[in-house]
Ligand binder design. Sequence first.
Ligand SMILES: C[S@@+](CC[C@H](N)C(=O)[O-])C[C@H]1O[C@@H](n2cnc3c(N)ncnc32)[C@H](O)[C@@H]1O
Length: 759
Amino acid sequence: MSGHPTSPWGTCCQGYKAVLAAQHGGRARKAVLASAVLYFPRLISGDRGSVLGRPAVALQMPMFTTPRRHEPRNFSRQTAIAAAVPGFGGSLSPRITSGKSGYHSTTTLSSGRADGCTADGSTSSSCNSSTCTGASGRRRIDNNTGRQGSRAPLRLVDIPGKGRGVVATRKLSPGELLLVCRPLALVQGPAQTPVPVPQQQPAKVGARRAQQQPTSPASAGATGSDAVGSGVPKAGASISEAALVSDLQRLEWKNPQARVLAFLYRGVQQSESTGRSAPRRAFQGTAAAAADSAGGVVIDLTDLTDPWDSGEPSASANASATTPAAAISSGPAVAGGSVAHGTGLMADQLAAVVRLNATGLPSDDVLLAKLYGRPNHSFIGLWPAHAMLNHSCAPNAVAVVSGSELFIRCCAPVPAGGEVCITYSGALGLGPLPLRRALLERNHRFRCMCPRCAAEERVPRELAQLWSDIVMLASQQLQPQLMAAAAALRVSSKVGGAGGFNNATSGVTTAATSATAAAAALPALLEVRGQVAKCFGLFEETLGQLSLSPQEELWMQASMYPLYETRARCAQLITTAVANATSASGVSEEMRSPEQDQAHEQQLKQAEPGKLPQQQQVQAQQQQEDAIELERRLSEEYLDALSLCLRLQGAANAGSDMHVQLAARYDAACAAHGARHPGPRGQQLATDARQRLERALGTRYGAGAETQFAGTSGGMRTEGVGTSDTPGPAKADAITAPMIAPSLEELVVVLDELRRQQL
Ligand SMILES: C[S@@+](CC[C@H](N)C(=O)[O-])C[C@H]1O[C@@H](n2cnc3c(N)ncnc32)[C@H](O)[C@@H]1O
């Protein structure tokens, strides 16, 4: 069966249902959201979850099967409190000498470096120089000792209605590395599930998670129904969050790091006191302060980028510094818990900091881990610089966690002075406004007013409702029907072979079985096809009545992604079913009666086609021709649907794991389809899919930037300076790659390897 990518919304249906039910007044809003949260995070694979308050949905692997619940594990854990890394502000040593049962704590933080080196006591010495050799034997630029935040083309500012935020000091280009962030604290455990990669066979797609992208800070804070959008699975989220809070409490904090913590807490206080909502006007990039203060100490992006680096945030402020701990402890009293050493923050306050700013996922970046030959980690951590990025539903930056480092890359052009935003919505980036909005308001307590939300808000209410109903129908009813049909076809394909029989007599029998199963599945598939066609026509027609810019139109279509996905999936399944049915009998009819099937089976058993009576031969030939024509038309239909899905893949958060994942899946789907139905159109689509995959990899990993994603050589190079539209003078501000930038070829090879492992 050629593999059409399964929908990242496959099991997200419940989320849609819940949210839509709320719109229809069917359920209490809270219950609705809780339900939405339960499902969404599992479906898509983890993008940037949370940045604020709670990370947005961490994209999980698209899957068609029932979401797997990630139960808390008693995994051994590395407590990485970024302090004790040699050569790295080692003055602060975690006081954790023994962890809870089942945990092991190390004083090593920053394990899992991109080069394959670990930074624990045993190996850090070999990696303590400015360069070291990674698992692949390639040199790695070690940027750890530099305060690269000061070279970042970014500035911390106050943004009306949003609190602090980050703006570009110059024009930024997609793929450009903006920041390499170090954690203030990080808890790691084994990756929680086998890591998924784009699948070629729907049968294999189940509960796998693809390479992920950390979502925004805040992702980690999910608890209970608040797990929506959390980068950490719901059950594991609260445990990991608690573990992080507990570790924060047990550390003995020194001033510089305590100030960073206080600085983060200040955002919590502001958020709570103002119940921030975005201003109606767009941010002009002229916002006030370029820095913030905590306890009288200036803190800027440099201090936040590597909180354990310099020892003191700002030399000028040291002398008169009031400890943020003192400043904070003078704030509103918080009940319960003890004060963390040196911070003055109570457990509840630390929990609020974690909830708002931490980021976590069940696995860090799969491709990089594979490339550098090291294990994946589940993690929850506080990367203070990352936590300063605000949300947009049309983000221009993307974050990736590899080991203890969090990389922030530009994923869409940013003008000088423009705000740099990530998304907290994760997979919901391919979802409708009501759902995105509900999750952001609930988990992050703000109303997004980005251009995309503003555009969708202008859609007439009745129309928005109609579209929501359509999405609900596609997600709740049609997708499950397709899943059932796909399961039946998979079984029949296993018995009969993907393309039907081609040799022995036993093959005839199995092909006949396959054909019977295919014929049985066809009525349901055709029914779905009819409904999808109606919905699709309705949506396209109403969309056409609005006066929208191309970008706005793409956003609207992206919000209807489940419908597009259902359409493509249905077309693919029908193509497969018809191929199976006709290959067994040579009959062009999509369905035949059991009697007809029996008769044809009998004929096939009794005689070679050439020996059939003449009339039957003519009939058989006609049927063969009909079958070919039917398959051709169905193939065209599938290609139509696939090309639209490909287009919408481009609407996903560029460089997110979902963006890469969908590109890889469509790439595989095009290749599989092309193998069975060769033709110029399919070839063209396959080329498009491959380019999209390269672009996604280039945006996420910075690979291939010099050649504009057309493929490039491997080896070490510098990030951020090769993009064609990066202005010359800005090169001075470029961040030097802290790791070897993988080439496209390397990434594609690894991707293929992961795919094979999962088949
Ligand atoms: C991780 S913090 C981001 C930094 C934050 N602005 C600060 O000052 O600490 C997340 C919080 O920022 C605010 N925020 C983020 N994106 C926003 C947006 N688009 N509009 C309004 N507020 C936003 C919300 O209060 C959210 O809970």
